[in-house]
Design a protein around this ligand. Structure first.
Ligand code: SF4
Ligand code: SF4
Length: 694
C-alpha cells in the first residue's frame, strides 16, 4: 500500500508540473496568429508516413535507421510504461499480461528494442562527443544546446538500462520463487544468467530499484523535456500531422493584401464583405516578432529537434553565410520564451523593446535565403523554414521598405516595366525579332475568334535575358516544328511576380498576379507552357488563390511527352557526349519533377551522368528567392561555384539546365572556373532543337 501511495503522489506531482508547463506554452500560443487546419484524412496519411514511418529520416540511411529504431522502440516501450503506471497505482503485477500472446510479442519486442536503443544512444553520444559531425556545430549550437542533447541522451540510456535491469531481475525473481514468467524477454533472459547466483532477496531488491528508477526517471524526463530540444518527443508527431499540405513551392496567401490590391484595382470591392479567412484589421504585415508568427510556427519551433539536417544542406550556410534554418527555429523558440511571460502578464501591447528580427535574427540572415526548400525537404518533422523567412522579409519590405537596394530597384522595374530589368514593356517581343519564325499572338488569335490550345508564357527572362532569349527562340522552333496550336501574349505579358513574392513584396506580387490572371482569363487560357520553373510554380500553385486556374506545363514535361509520343525524331548532334542535369529547385523540390528532364536527356544519343547531389538532394544554383538580382551576402564562397564544382566533378561535356536563373549561374560558374573549353551549358530546349530532324 505504501508503494501505491508513494507512486500516486509521484504521478500526481509529475502530471501537475507537466500540466503547468503545457498551460504556460498554450498561454503563449494564444498571442500568435491563426493557422487554419483542414483535410484531416490527408494529414493522417502524412503523419503515418513521415512521423510514424520515419521516411524522411531515411534520407541518411545508416544513422536514419538507428533513429527510426529508437522512435519505433519508444512506441512499443510506451505500452510497458502504461502498464507500470497501472501496476503502480493498483498494486498489480504485469497487469497487461491478460493480453496473452499479444503481450508476449509486445514485451519481447520492447525488450529487444530497449537493447537496440541503448546501443543506438551510445552511438549517438559517441558521434556527438568524439566525432566532429558538422551539423552539430554552428553559432546557434551553444554549449547549453550540446549539454542539453547529451543529458537527454544519457537519460534515455539509463532508462533503457533500468528497463532491461527490471526485466532481468523480474525473470530471475519469478523463476526462483516458482512463479510463471509473464511475457517473453529474449535479451533480459540472456542477461539473467549472469545474475542467477544472487539470492532471491537481492534479486527482489534489484528489481525494485530498477522498477522505481525507471518510472521515476520517466516522470522526471517528462518534465525536463519541455525545457529541452527533446520536447520533440511530444511535439513532433502532432507537428507532422499539422504540417503544410501544399507543394513546397507554395507560399501562403495574405488575404489582407489581397483586399488592398483589389481595392486598388477595383474600388467597388471596398464595399464588399470580407471573404472567409480575411482579416478585418491587420496589425502588421509579415513577422517582426515571435507573436506575429502563427501558432503553428511556434509549434514548429517547439518540435525542432536541432538535428541540423536543414542547415547541413542550406546553400547559404554551406557557403559560409550567416543563415542557418535551424537557427531561425531556435531563435523563434527562444524569443517566445523571453517575451511570452510579458505577453501573458500585460497582454498583446506588451513590449520589451526587442524583436525577433534584429535582436535574434539579422537582416543579413534573412536576405541570404534562396528559398530553395532544401531545408524543408530534409526536416524530419516537416518544418517549413523558408515560409517563415519570407514572412519576415514581408515585414521588412512592406512595413519598413528595408529590402536591399538592388531588390528595391527590381520592385520598381517590375512595377513600371513589368520585368525585373529596366526594359520597356514595348520591347517584350524583341526576343523574336531576328528569327524567321511565325509566332502567333493571343490578340490576333482572338481577332480570328480562335482560342489556341496553349499559351506559351515566355516570362521576363525569356523575353529580356540575352542568353535565355535564345532558349525562347529554340523552344518556339520546336513548337512550330510540331505544329502545336499555341500563342504568346506579346507585349501584354508582364512579370509573374514570383521574384517579388519571394523577396517579400507581397503587394507587388498580388498586383502582378491579378493583372496576369485578368488577361489570361480574358483569353480563356486553359493550358500554359513555360520554360521558367519559377513561373511554372507560381502559376500552378499560387495563381489559383486569385482565380487563375490553369493546367501548367514546364517545357521539360512537354518535351518529354512529345518524345514519348514519338513526335520528335533526333539526330546524333550530341552523340557520345556526357550530359549532367542540374535540377532547378522550383521544378524539382518545389514540384517533385525529376523524371521529365532526365527522360529528355535519355532520348539523346548521349550519356546522362548524375552529380553527387542530384534530384531532391540537388544543391541550389544560388539564384532563387531574389538572389539573382542582388549581391550575395558575405560568406566564403558563391553558391554557384559550389554547384558548378558538382557538375565539373562529373567530367560531363554539357551541364543541362531547364531554368533561366540556373542557366545564368551555371554559365557564370563555367566561366569563373575557366572551363569554357571543356564544358558547355545548354537548356533542354536547345539540346532538342539542335538535334531535331527537320
Ligand atoms: S530555403 Fe534554402 S537557402 Fe533558404 S534556409 Fe532553406 S536551405 Fe537555406
Ligand atoms: S528545423 Fe527540422 S531539420 Fe532543422 S534542425 Fe530543426 S528539426 Fe532538424
Amino acid at each position: 500500500m505504501l508503494k501505491q501511495i508513494i507512486f500516486a503522489a509521484s504521478l500526481l506531482i509529475t502530471l501537475g508540473v507537466f500540466a503547468w508547463t503545457m498551460w504556460k506554452i498554450f498561454s503563449y500560443m494564444k498571442f500568435t496568429k491563426p493557422y487554419p487546419i483542414k483535410n484531416y484524412a490527408k494529414r493522417f496519411g502524412i503523419m503515418m508516413e513521415v512521423a510514424i514511418g520515419q521516411t524522411k529520416i531515411f534520407r541518411k540511411p545508416v544513422i536514419g535507421l538507428l533513429h527510426a529504431l529508437v522512435f519505433w522502440g519508444f512506441l512499443v516501450i510506451l505500452i510497458g510504461s502504461i502498464e507500470m503506471v497501472i501496476d503502480g497505482l493498483f498494486g498489480t503485477e504485469r497487469i497487461l499480461a491478460v493480453m496473452g500472446p499479444v503481450y508476449d510479442v509486445l514485451f519481447a519486442s520492447g525488450d529487444i528494442f530497449a537493447f537496440i536503443i541503448a546501443i543506438s544512444i551510445l552511438v549517438f553520444l559517441f558521434r556527438r562527443i568524439f566525432m566532429h559531425v558538422k551539423r552539430f556545430y554552428g553559432v546557434e549550437m551553444k554549449k547549453i544546446s550540446k549539454a542539453d542533447a547529451n543529458l537527454a541522451l544519457t537519460i534515455i540510456f539509463v532508462l533503457m538500462i533500468t528497463l532491461l535491469g527490471m526485466n532481468t531481475f523480474y525473470v530471475l525473481h519469478a523463476e526462483q520463487s516458482g512463479h510463471e514468467v509473464l511475457g517473453v524477454y529474449p535479451v533480459s533472459e540472456y542477461f539473467a544468467a549472469f545474475f542467477s547466483h544472487l539470492p532471491d532477496h537481492s534479486i527482489f531488491v534489484w528489481h525494485e530499484i530498477n522498477w522505481w528508477a525507471h518510472i521515476l526517471l520517466i516522470f522526471l524526463f517528462a518534465n525536463i523535456l519541455p525545457y529541452s530540444k527533446h520536447f520533440h518527443v511530444f511535439t513532433s508527431v502532432p507537428n507532422v500531422f499539422l504540417s503544410r499540405l501544399q507543394p513546397y513551392g507554395y507560399l501562403d496567401n495574405m488575404p489582407a493584401i489581397t483586399k488592398e490590391v483589389k481595392l486598388m484595382m477595383e474600388p467597388d470591392a471596398a464595399f464588399a464583405s470580407p471573404a472567409e479567412g480575411e482579416e478585418e484589421t491587420v496589425e502588421r504585415f509579415g513577422v517582426l516578432d515571435a507573436n506575429d508568427a502563427t501558432w503553428k510556427n511556434y509549434l514548429d519551433a517547439l518540435a525542432c529537434t536541432e538535428c541540423g539536417r536543414c542547415t547541413s544542406v542550406c546553400p547559404a550556410n554551406i557557403t559560409g553565410k550567416l543563415l542557418s534554418p535551424r537557427k531561425i527555429m531556435m531563435d523563434l523558440r527562444a524569443r517566445m520564451k523571453e517575451k511570452g511571460p510579458g505577453l501573458v502578464k500585460e497582454g498583446v501591447e506588451y513590449s520589451d523593446n526587442k524583436s525577433l528580427i534584429r535582436d535574434y535574427i539579422s537582416e543579413e540572415e534573412l536576405w541570404a535565403c534562396t528559398t530553395c526548400n532544401a531545408c524543408v525537404q530534409e526536416c524530419p518533422v516537416n518544418i517549413n523554414q523558408p515560409a517563415m523567412i519570407v514572412d519576415m522579409r514581408r515585414y521588412l519590405v512592406m512595413e519598413e521598405s528595408a529590402a536591399p537596394g538592388e531588390l528595391n530597384s527590381i520592385f520598381t522595374n517590375i512595377e513600371n516595366n513589368g520585368a525585373p530589368w529596366q526594359f520597356s514593356p514595348e520591347d517584350r517581343m524583341k526576343w523574336a525579332e531576328d528569327v524567321n519564325l511565325e509566332i502567333p499572338l493571343m490578340a490576333n488569335k482572338l481577332a480570328e475568334e480562335k482560342i489556341p490550345e496553349y499559351l506559351f508564357w515566355v516570362g521576363s527572362a525569356g523575353a529580356f535575358d540575352d542568353r535565355y532569349k535564345k532558349v525562347s527562340r529554340e523552344f518556339v522552333k520546336i513548337l512550330n516544328h510540331l505544329g502545336v496550336d499555341y500563342a504568346v501574349l506579346g507585349t501584354e505579358e508582364t512579370d509573374s511576380g514570383d521574384v517579388a513574392r519571394r523577396a517579400g513584396n507581397e503587394m507587388l506580387f498580388q498586383m502582378q498576379a491579378m493583372m496576369n490572371i485578368e488577361i489570361m482569363n480574358g483569353y480563356e487560357v486553359k493550358k500554359i507552357i513555360t520554360c521558367d520553373p519559377h513561373d511554372y510554380n507560381t502559376f500552378k500553385n499560387e495563381y489559383p488563390d486569385f482565380g487563375g486556374n490553369y493546367e501548367v506545363i514546364h517545357h521539360s514535361q512537354f518535351l518529354a511527352q512529345m518524345l514519348k509520343e514519338g513526335k520528335l525524331n533526333l539526330n546524333d548532334t550530341f552523340n557520345g557526349q556526357k550530359i549532367t542535369f542540374h535540377d532547378p529547385c522550383y521544378l524539382g523540390r518545389a514540384n517533385g519533377e525529376y523524371k521529365a528532364p532526365r527522360d529528355v536527356i535519355s532520348a539523346l544519343p548521349a550519356t546522362n551522368v548524375e552529380m553527387a547531389r542530384c534530384k531532391s538532394f540537388a544543391l541550389c544554383c544560388g539564384a532563387g528567392g531574389g538572389q539573382m538580382f542582388k549581391e550575395a551576402e558575405k560568406g566564403n564562397k558563391e553558391v554557384f561555384l559550389e554547384r558548378i564544382e558538382d557538375a565539373i566533378d562529373t567530367k560531363a561535356d554539357i551541364v543541362a539546365t531547364a531554368c533561366p536563373f540556373c542557366m545564368v549561374m551555371m554559365t557564370d560558374g563555367i566561366k569563373y572556373k575557366n572551363k569554357e573549353e571543356e564544358m558547355k551549358n545548354f537548356d533542354l530546349a536547345e539540346l532538342i532543337s539542335q538535334s531535331m530532324k527537320l
